[in-house]
Write a protein that binds this ligand. Structure first.
Ligand SMILES: CC(C)(COP(=O)(O)OP(=O)(O)OC[C@H]1O[C@@H](n2cnc3c(N)ncnc32)[C@H](O)[C@@H]1OP(=O)(O)O)[C@@H](O)C(=O)NCCC(=O)NCCS
Length: 140
């Protein structure tokens, strides 16, 4: 079941996976979702809202900073898509015009998740011509 994370759940995630501390979004204009079985957090998604810079006037986007299904045994079962769809729903409610994220070139499962959920994929070319990863965008 996908729900907004409680403070206790966020603490639980950080305690169990300390690396998540730097990517979880805190405070105003952010939200964190969790997928839980009866008592454990299986997966989470954390996102923030931000203004899109000029030349647009006052438009907002939702940026998914992190999504992680912790246990490999729970991957490829649709949990990531449930989290992404709930994030899109929240972004719509908040009148954001798009949902974005970034994924590394070596992360095929992540690219497949975004593709499956109708995100466009924009590869990012580095000055040396290599592709580092992709920004992905869902237009609401
Ligand atoms: C990326 C991630 C969040 C996806 O979550 P998930 O719950 O597995 O996603 P879903 O099951 O909704 O969809 C994944 C899709 O990718 C497909 N997929 C996964 N790995 C694949 C691969 N190597 N090649 C082809 N397709 C692949 C799955 O088959 C599935 O598609 P399907 O339902 O049509 O079969 C999960 O793999 C994860 O937590 N990875 C580690 C953290 C991470 O990389 N986060 C993303 C950073 S941008």
């Amino acid at each position: 079941m996908v729900k907004r994370a409680t403070e206790e759940q966020i603490e639980q995630i950080i305690n169990q996976y300390p690396g998540t501390k730097s990517v979880i979004c805190y405070g105003d204009n952010t939200f964190t979702l969790v997928y839980t079985d009866n008592k454990n957090v299986i997966a989470f998604l954390s996102a923030f809202f931000k203004k899109i810079p000029a030349p647009l006037n006052d438009e907002t986007e939702c940026f998914i900073n992190v999504i992680d299904i912790f246990d490999f045994n729970y991957r490829n079962k649709g949990i990531g898509s449930l989290l992404v769809q709930e994030a899109i729903k929240i972004a719509k409610e908040e009148k954001a015009i798009q949902v974005r994220a970034y994924c590394d070139i070596n992360n095929k499962p992540s690219h497949m998740l975004w593709l499956k959920n109708n995100f466009g994929i924009s590869p990012v070319k580095m000055p040396d011509g290599s592709i580092a990863g992709s920004f992905i965008t869902y237009r609401i």
